[in-house]
Design a protein around this ligand. Structure first.
Ligand SMILES: [Fe+2]
Length: 414
């Protein structure tokens, strides 16, 4: 046997030792893993398994795994729970990791998945989507899956911001469909979630009171407003839907809710060491349907211009819109799957620059701190029928860019 044959045989043996039968990915009871809260040296691995279940995670740097066909470390769950959130620490920065979750109650593991830790410095690219939710006349996952599958094919994405409204309402079946449709992109990239109004929607509909947004909390297990840093840039996630300001089961923004987060937001922005700051919240401040800014979010709008944030993202309205408000880009990226909203009317708001409806897509943002620039590009993967029906959208073979803007991440200080 030649040396090359020996090496090949050894690789096969090693591979067979580390492979256990793979679990069909997201199913009714088991949701394949998703990664949240990545930092330069840690990450949280989440999954849903059997009731009061447990499990373990095998992991290694992807370069180690690809060379040795095995993992370096294993960590086990410490609490019996249906939804697991396991924090892994001691990781290397700006490094791809390969991991495998072995949930209790099944012989099979989930397939290998990956994520990348945050860099300490240097450029990076992230994606922003919002409102994959069920629309009026079509199944929950039909439209969003086109977007999720296109994101899965994107190379070198560090993380995905999701602006809320994951599906129609707070129900097991619909959240199951979200994770089913999102599986490909979740198998490669970490996500940072935002809560939307539909997370509170009661499956009974009508004028029933909002739910406690149970599935959102169970799935993500994190505060409704939080922040994280990447390469000196701060990302701030805010909470706009207020269950105490509900029209039937549909929470809306309230001034009280915004004010309650105002001092925290100021603390997040009042930091001279930051190279820039992005914010995301479900409801927009500026929207085509309103000539003036959302008065309930005025406290945040004031802080955005006091501290000159880099840009802000929102969803809720199901189309793509871009504004320039005193030089700061405001994006609405609510076109990940929900029933489309028209861009019609006699007068658009001050600062409106561009918009597109009846499309499905995502925003890709590349940040270059050393050069003080960010470039945001809106990519569409499909156009839906004019009547917004459940008929199959026109899906592009390759996504098309419909908008691009480069802007400074650190505006001149006031
Ligand atoms: Fe919404």
């Amino acid at each position: 046997m030649t040396e090359r044959s020996c090496r090949y045989l050894l690789a096969l043996i090693l591979l067979s030792l580390c492979i256990v039968p793979a679990l069909a990915q997201t199913s009714d009871d088991y949701w394949a893993p998703w990664v949240t809260l990545t930092t330069t040296d840690s990450a949280t691995i989440n999954w849903r398994g059997e009731e009061n279940g447990s499990g373990s995670i095998d992991y290694a740097t992807s370069s180690y795994f690809d060379t040795h066909y095995s993992y370096e470390k294993t960590i086990a769950t410490t609490e019996a729970a249906t939804y697991q959130h396991v924090r892994i620490s001691g990781l290397e920065s700006n490094t791809s990791y390969t991991y495998r979750v072995r949930p209790s109650g099944r012989d099979e593991s989930f397939d290998n998945r990956t994520f990348r830790t945050m860099p300490i410095s240097g450029p990076f690219t992230f994606i922003v989507i919002s409102d994959p939710q069920k629309g009026q006349n079509y199944e929950e996952k039909q439209r969003f899956k086109y977007v999720a599958d296109a994101i899965e094919k994107e190379p070198d994405i560090l993380f995905i911001l999701i602006g809320g409204d994951y599906n129609g309402h707070d129900s097991d079946g619909l959240w199951n469909k979200f994770f089913e449709a999102a599986d490909g992109m979740l198998s490669k990239y970490a996500i940072f979630p935002t809560i939307g109004n539909h997370e509170y929607h009661n499956s009974s509909g009508g004028n029933n009171p909002p739910t406690a947004a149970n599935h959102y909390h169970w799935a993500f297990d994190m505060p409704l407003n939080y922040s994280f840093d990447c390469s000196g840039i701060r990302f701030i996630v805010l909470n706009t839907p207020d269950p105490n300001n509900a029209n039937g089961d549909d929470p809306h923004t309230s001034l009280v809710l915004a004010k309650n987060q105002e001092s925290w937001l100021r603390e997040q922005l009042d930091n001279d060491t930051l190279l820039g700051a992005f914010t995301i919240h479900h409801h927009p401040i500026w929207d085509y349907y309103n000539i003036t800014a959302n008065p309930n979010l005025e406290p945040w709008e004031t802080l955005y211009h006091t501290y000159n944030i880099s840009a802000t993202f929102a969803g809720h309205t199901h189309n793509y819109q871009r504004y320039s408000i005193e030089g700061i880009p405001y994006f609405i990226v609510g076109n990940a799957g929900g029933r489309c909203a028209d861009l019609t009317g006699d007068a658009s708001p001050v600062g409106y620059k561009f918009g597109m409806n009846k499309t499905l897509g995502y925003l890709e943002v590349t940040v270059d701190p050393a050069n003080n620039t960010a470039t945001a590009q809106e990519w569409i993967v499909a156009t839906v029928k004019d009547d917004d029906s459940k008929d199959k959208p026109k899906v592009f073979k390759t996504q098309e860019m419909i908008d691009s803007i480069t802007f400074p991440i650190k505006h001149q200080p006031i």
